[in-house]
Write a protein that binds this ligand. Sequence first.
Ligand SMILES: Cc1ncc(C[n+]2csc(CCOP(=O)(O)OP(=O)(O)O)c2C)c(N)n1
Ligand SMILES: [Mg+2]
Length: 662
Amino acid sequence: MVATPALMANAIRFLAADAVEAANSGHPGMPMGMADVATVLFTRHIKLDPARPDWPDRDRFVLSAGHGSMLQYAVQHLLGYADMTLDQIRNFRQLGAITAGHPEYGHAEGIETTTGPLGQGIATAVGLALGERMMNARFGDDLVGHFTYVIAGDGCLMEGISHEAIDLAGHLKLGRLIVLWDDNSISIDGATDLSTSTDQRTRFAAAGWDVIEVDGHDQDAVDAALESARAALDKPTLVACKTVIGKGAPTKSGTAKVHGSPLGAEELAGARKALGWSWGPFEIPEEALKAWRGAGERSRAEREAWEKRLAASPKKAGFEAAVSGALPADFGAKLGAYKALLLEEKPKVATRKASEMALTAINAATPLTIGGSADLTGSNLTLTKGMGEVKPGDYAGRYVYYGVREHGMAAAMNGLALHGGFIPYGGTFLVFAGYMAGAMRLSALMGLRVIYVLTHDSIGLGEDGPTHQPVETLATLRALPNMLVFRPADAVETAEAWEIALAQKNRPSVLALSRQNLPLLRDGADENLTARGGYVLREAEGGARDVTLIATGSEVEIALAGAAKLEAEGIRAAVVSMPSQELFAEQDEAWQAKVLGSAPRVAVEAAVEFGWSRFTQDSRNFVGMKGFGASAPAGALYKHFGIDADHVAARAKEAVARRARA
Ligand SMILES: Cc1ncc(C[n+]2csc(CCOP(=O)(O)OP(=O)(O)O)c2C)c(N)n1
Ligand SMILES: [Mg+2]
């Protein structure tokens, strides 16, 4: 017997519903509603080979509606991904299983990105689709030509980030991006008309998308829609799939009740009856499994032909190097030469300028870096000569004008990093990290090499005032696991921070950079001291330390001035530059003890104290901000908020006196 398309879709429905039932938690509604659409997509259109899940020219699939994770796991099992066993599905949502509550990048083959925070998937997919076009521009149609498919729900389209993503994708004419919208008019609180009246079709069309509407349970209609979406390559396509959430559940389908809880034994039995499914939990009829596995082999010949083309291609070495993400062998030497030049020339520049100088060397030394900014190119100094702009329909350039879309930019950078072939970096003001927090969190959770160039890093930006002056931002970023935060003090530390960020395989970085000029403080660059996180920049003279001053970025200069004042009064002060708390925390105890010393410690940073006590062990030992900044020239603000050599010396003396009394 040959499996009907309906039977194949029901295999998804019951794997999902039974797994949710077994876990006693999860979301059956979405997989049951989108089972027909997924069956068409995965058995008739998508190009992938479960035997080679990392085939670089595979189509990318993103389950933006990540709560419907069981749809993805069911499909992967049915297609024949070796790691997605029936046991894994039986253990849905259990500790140690690859079938987590939401799809987690790195847990199972075929999961191209972590989703769950609604809207992230569709926005990440923009980066995946852009990465495809950019790789195509570099390596040609022979090696690169794939689609990015997204399943998004009502929630994804309500999220603000979807606006940025849709707008950017439409503008860039990402014609190989196809979004399948689970248009079921239901979210958690009930019908979507409780909270939205937007005509999504008009919205997407206005952003430059093709829009197709289809009955999401008519498999042939979905097939025809995908056929035409794939043929129209000049614009991205939205396929609005009208579906019934929880399709098949006799009393709960079409309602919010089926969104996020197990059906319950009675309802599940009713669904079996309604859909004519006579098999038990986790049982798949042989003909359905056979048909699915056959579908899983659909693209094998294409993959083999692609491998032959790669083997014969003159671009093979370049392609493989790009996909590996490795920096060229001479990269370190080139950056070393640049650092040596800094020591000769001793430039007094803002660290944002130092970053631009470093990028000039970096972008010439590797083709992998892709720059960009959320409409602050001239402020972030992220564009270097000759990068060329990424334009609609022309993707050969290396610089993306992301527009005023910080969150969309961060998610797109995640997509570029996930796609492979690129090291994305992008700029905005440090204070707007809050606007992209959702995507930055996913960079860190997924362990992606994405580099955030965040300038105007304190009250030092001056006149723009407190809306633009970060005070809490460094602390929030430092609290984010797996994110490296750098606040370099001069041009050498800035170059070192770039070198470390680029060398990371499994974590993103933030470079917090000053608007104001800073002197060159380092007199050597043989060892990358920023890699130590913190180091003694200036040891106390003439005997053991009385106090250790710890500072970052623009305040290292101030700490040095404070140390000089103290010295004049006979108090021996060492100055520690700590460009990265995370890297310092990773050093061995001996290094940490040597750097921090046993004398009282005072931290100096033009931000809130939060987090510094773990190094100073006394929250009073701090010179920095207590609240928001103000609008005035930078010099006046530093004076007004008491971040200067006098206050550093005063706090240090208090700390020394307290220690003496103790
Ligand atoms: C950013 C974010 N906010 C809230 C949630 C919690 N949440 C999960 S699913 C959902 C409703 C989604 O509705 P829809 O996309 O229509 O999914 P459906 O109910 O149709 O499956 C919400 C609010 C989330 N996962 N992410
Ligand atoms: Mg919905």
